[in-house]
Design a protein around this ligand. Structure first.
Ligand code: G3D
Ligand code: MG
Length: 182
């Protein structure tokens, strides 16, 4: 029988990097350029099978507006998160430089370090690329995060990003004793 897990995860990154598009693509498998702008925070649920480690995962994916105006939205957003996708837009360098701030804000609000996957999104726009694969990978390596290049538009590597995160979170969950070890 498969092991079952439930995790809350958060979508992180500046406005317009593709957080909502990626969540929509992953949870509904379609890309709609006309979905309404994210307001506050919202979540979608997705069940995921990971055959190679025989796991069934229910993911609660929280998606936040880039500039949440209300502190209480922010606190509720981070509370209980077990992992996150740290997105930037490969065509806008500023969004890459800012992922470090998102990482800090996340760890501060969650109250500890949680597994994160660095997601270099919009790789379909190769001709406008402003952040190289090498730079993205170097940042991820420095912080021991995983790294994925994706396109919410084509669907490339979208599921892979979530699967990678799930594997990390499962490892973490297994390594954490439920009770003090004495
Ligand atoms: P956000 O939730 O992080 O703020 P959105 O970002 O998901 O709203 O995406 C912002 C814009 O980028 C949207 O365009 C969306 O269609 C586009 N986008 C998201 N992911 C990709 C991608 O992988 N490739 C390309 N080419 N575009 C993408 P609009 O025009 O609706 O503002
Ligand atoms: Mg959004």
């Amino acid at each position: 029988m498969s092991a079952e897990y439930r995790f809350k995860i958060v979508m992180l990154g500046d406005g317009a990097v593709g957080k909502t598009a990626m969540t929509t693509r992953f949870t509904q498998d379609y890309f709609d350029a006309d979905y309404k702008r994210t307001i506050g925070a919202d979540f979608a649920v997705k069940r995921l099978e990971i055959p190679d480690i025989d796991a069934l995962v229910t993911l609660q994916c929280w998606d936040l507006a880039g500039q949440p105006r209300f502190e209480f939205v922010r606190q509720g957003f981070y509370r209980g998160a077990r992992g996150g996708l740290l997105l930037y837009d490969v065509t806008r360098r500023r969004t890459f430089l800012n992922i470090d701030n998102w990482k800090d804000e996340t760890f501060t609000n969650v109250g500890k370090e949680i597994p994160l996957v660095v997601v270099a999104n919009k790789v379909d726009l190769e001709e406008s690329r402003a952040v190289s694969t090498k730079e993205g990978k170097a940042y991820a390596k420095e912080h021991e995060f995983l790294y994925v290049e994706s396109s919410a538009l084509t669907g490339e590597n979208v599921e892979e990003a979530y699967v990678k995160l799930c594997k990390r979170m499962i490892k973490e969950a297994k390594g954490t004793p439920r009770e003090p070890a004495f």
